[in-house]
Design a protein around this ligand. Structure first.
Ligand code: ATP
Ligand code: MG
Length: 233
């Protein structure tokens, strides 16, 4: 049977060799189903970003397997992996990483351009996403003309542009005030439910956990489930 969503099985990650070897992840196993929003909390250096990078095919596991919609990533070539990153995965990083010289609408279209050509439907979809995220009046703005929350929302829209099956967010609220943080995370939660995305969010912010279905704790590279919310659907 094919497991949809994102699955890590006994994933370990070591950096370096010999006496400088660091074990960043130890036997991590997790399944994130479509429509499920998972939080990962834990101290600095515990392995959270390493976990996200491996889940998102940016970094190879030392041991274990990552499967995306039943596809084992270890079996794929580098070319296939970059295509998966582009087509299947939406990354939202701590800083929004917008391109300074591109207007908001073009921040989304550049993702399509990397994958091929931009069609009229692509453009219409980019506008729709930006409108859904409350940025309809900002399509022609440059990043420096946006607030922190608006930049984060552009980054979320950009992450959704290719209809990803998986969203991986590394402290998406780190630079936001409380009100904006709630806005941004509830938007992600909403997208996860309506578009049936498997999502993982690393956060230090306890207040954001209410939006998540499950909360995992990362400590010394080990991942443990700490809270399971009753799913209404
Ligand atoms: N490229 C690397 N080379 C060597 N060691 C690394 C590398 N990246 C991370 N590490 C080490 O792996 C461990 C886990 O790092 P990671 O970045 O995954 O932690 P984190 O939980 O994301 O921390 P933070 O909350 O500070 O972002 C740390 O001990 C870190 O020093
Ligand atoms: Mg980190």
């Amino acid at each position: 049977m094919t497991t949809m969503g994102l699955q890590l099985t006994n994933v370990s990650k070591y950096y370096g060799e010999g006496s400088t070897r660091v074990c960043a992840l130890e036997n991590v196993s997790i399944t994130v189903e479509p429509g499920e929003f998972v939080a990962v909390v834990g101290p600095s250096g515990s392995g959270k970003s390493s976990f996200l990078s491996i889940a998102g095919a940016l970094l190879k596991a030392s041991e274990g397997e990552v499967t995306l919609n039943g596809l084992p990533l270890s079996k794929l070539s580098d070319k296939e992996l970059s295509s998966i990153r582009l087509q299947e995965i939406g990354f939202i990083m701590q800083s929004s990483n917008l391109v300074p010289y591109l207007q908001v609408l073009d921040q989304l279209l550049v993702v399509k351009k990397m994958a091929g050509k931009i069609s009229a439907e692509d453009k219409a979809y980019a506008v729709k996403l930006l409108e859904e995220l409350g940025l309809g009046a900002k399509l022609k703005s440059f990043p420096e003309e946006l607030s922190g929350g608006e930049k984060q929302r552009v980054a979320i829209a950009r992450a959704l542009m290719n209809h990803p099956n998986v969203i991986l967010a590394d402290e998406p609220t780190a630079s936001l005030d409380t009100k904006r943080a709630h806005e941004v995370v509830s938007l992600i939660a909403n997208q996860v439910k309506t578009r049936r995305i498997a999502a993982v969010m690393v956060t230090h912010d306890e207040r954001m956990l209410e939006y998540c279905d499950k909360v995992y704790h990362m400590e010394d590279g080990k991942l443990q489930l700490t809270k399971q919310v009753h799913l209404a659907h």
